[in-house]
Write a new protein. Structure first.
Lengths: 136, 136
DNA sequence: AATTTCATGTAACAATATAACGCGAACTCG
DNA sequence: CGAGTTCGCGTTATATTGTTACATGAAATT
């Protein structure tokens, strides 16, 4: 929701963020764990703790419908609002976008309901244009 | 997305749908399993298989951010579009609503991207008005 | 110096979900 | 009819995802 100052990352947080950034797509916590075993990671908690912080800082998003995590597409990852994701079920690509108009409408709903928003998940599942083109 | 004809439910599907309906809120698959043990349920697959069908029929929604399932708020559960959910983190209440305007915007995005939509998840987490009022 | 905070490490475990196999009823189409 | 097919169901085992509980050490606080 709100922008977060980008803090110094700890060693584990840097490693986790690095693996997600270079993956260029979503990874599960256990996939990250496997990638980081050679860096000394031994247990899921090391990954989950780092992910918690990175999500809190807005540098990583959790994809609820994949139980996976992805580095925020805003390279600098400075101010940004909630994100939406289009997930291609064929190729696995995830496109992050900022659905400003939709957010506005949803925010209006929360105001009308006196609902205080802490977080929002918007995920679209389907087939991306590229995969449809290939599936001649 | 599209409306589904409401088919005859099998015995297991009826039991699962019944437990969700009378719960009046979200239940995890394992909570359903425990509720239905006295009806002969023994294994998670019995629940998951029924849930798969009920979700397919549009009678049950999956809440990705809770790993839980809820009966559709449309009592007759006839034609309806995608649903959105506001989840109160204090009391656990889940409010289902139809965010028509937001859906329209998101659908436009998918058209512009040539992305074929198979399903959509919109979930808001926060605090409902009632809980805020109580937290004087 | 005593206290608190925070990142970390480790082991054990809990919660969620699926794979693989077999059985029998119902449907279908020759 | 009878062979083939589909579908719902049951069971066991297993895979995947996430957390609890406890301990250590380094840095910040007072």
């Amino acid at each position: 929701m709100t922008a977060h100052a980008q803090p110094e990352l700890t060693k584990n947080q840097s490693l986790v963020f690095g693996s997600l950034s270079s993956a260029g797509g979503p990874l599960t916590a256990y996939a990250i764990l496997d990638l980081l075993r050679e860096d000394g990671f031994r247990a899921p908690l090391q990954v989950y703790r780092a992910l918690d912080k990175l999500v809190e800082y807005g540098m990583v998003h959790r994809l609820e419908s994949l139980n996976a995590f992805v580095a925020c597409a805003h390279t600098g990852c400075s101010a940004h609002g909630a994100a939406a994701f289009a997930i291609c079920e064929k190729c696995g690509e995830v496109i992050e976008f900022a659905p400003d108009e939709a957010l506005k409408v949803l925010n209006e709903w929360t105001k009308a309901q006196n609902f205080t928003l802490a977080g929002m998940t918007i995920e679209l599942r389907g087939t991306c244009g590229t995969c449809k083109a290939e599936a001649v």
